[in-house]
Design a protein around this ligand. Structure first.
Ligand code: BGC
Length: 260
């Protein structure tokens, strides 16, 4: 039975069944607009609308654009504040009638890129950054996720970095690619100073246009565009749900091999 991945974004809630071995969608993804205001009740309904399109799923992975600890959403920088301390995994599971894993959106995108995309087989510290409504971050040490890093909120030029260099700000201020690339460069230099990653993987919708701004960026750390683009969140969420489902239960001892 299929595992569904659902990605809650600033403008859309998108989902599809995922082949978690190949890292591919098994069906065309379904999208509904993110409700405004994006309060808990409305977003749970939007997620249910997406899930209903793909009946017969076994479990569901869901991304959320904020900190998620043990299925509870802890912050809500770009969504309605009703999400702060909401028991998200439990609410989704009750509504969908299936086991649910919830993880941060950038962490999910990173999980997919490290498993199947631009971060595959990378040793040492890899940093995935997503430039969209906010700036999301996901850190991996030798392929293992260090969750909820929230590096989009480091201070840059006296303000929250995502208010300076997100893609939303580029669009809102109708910035030239040169100007925005300069801001992204300032930001990348700041985080490379803090953490010295071996590789930046740059994601978010704007990574489709990497040719417009990558050549204008000069930092010490190698940087590459995300490979899975729009589907990274959906795929990573499903992979996380699958891993949660496969978490070790009681060890079965085969007949004839008594536990000693
Ligand atoms: C949130 C992060 C999220 C990022 C991208 C930030 O404002 O704090 O949790 O990953 O936006 O959506």
């Amino acid at each position: 039975m299929a595992i569904l991945g659902i990605d809650i974004g600033g403008s859309g809630v998108k989902g599809a069944p995922v082949d978690t071995v190949r890292g591919e969608l098994l069906d065309e993804r379904h999208r509904v607009p993110t409700p405004q205001p994006s309060d808990v009740t409305s977003v749970v309904e939007a997620v249910a609308q997406v899930a209903e399109r793909f009946p017969g799923f076994e479990r569901v992975g869901i991304t959320f654009p904020g900190v998620v600890v043990d299925g509870v959403t802890r912050t809500a920088a770009n969504v309605d504040k009703s999400w702060i301390d909401a028991p998200a995994a439990q609410l989704f599971a009750e509504r969908l009638g299936a086991p649910v894993s919830v993880l941060n959106d950038a962490d999910a995108a990173g999980v997919a890129e490290v498993a199947f995309g631009a971060g595959k087989d990378q040793p040492g510290l890899t940093m995935m950054l997503t430039f969209g409504t906010g700036i999301g971050s996901a850190l991996f040490l030798d392929g293992t996720l260090i969750p909820n890093t929230e590096l989009g909120h480091v201070e840059l030029h006296g303000a929250d970095a995502e208010l300076h260099a997100s893609d939303r700000v580029r669009e809102a201020e109708d910035m030239s690619w040169e100007k925005w690339a300069g801001r992204v460069q300032d930001y990348l230099r700041h985080v490379e100073m803090l953490l010295s990653p071996r590789l930046f993987v740059i994601g978010g919708g704007v990574s489709k246009k990497a040719d417009r701004y990558f050549p204008l960026i000069d930092v010490r750390t190698p940087f590459v565009p995300a490979a899975l683009l729009n589907n990274a969140g959906i795929i990573g969420a499903a992979v996380a749900a699958e891993q949660a489902g496969a978490a070790p239960g009681p060890v079965e001892v085969p007949a004839g091999h008594p536990a000693s």
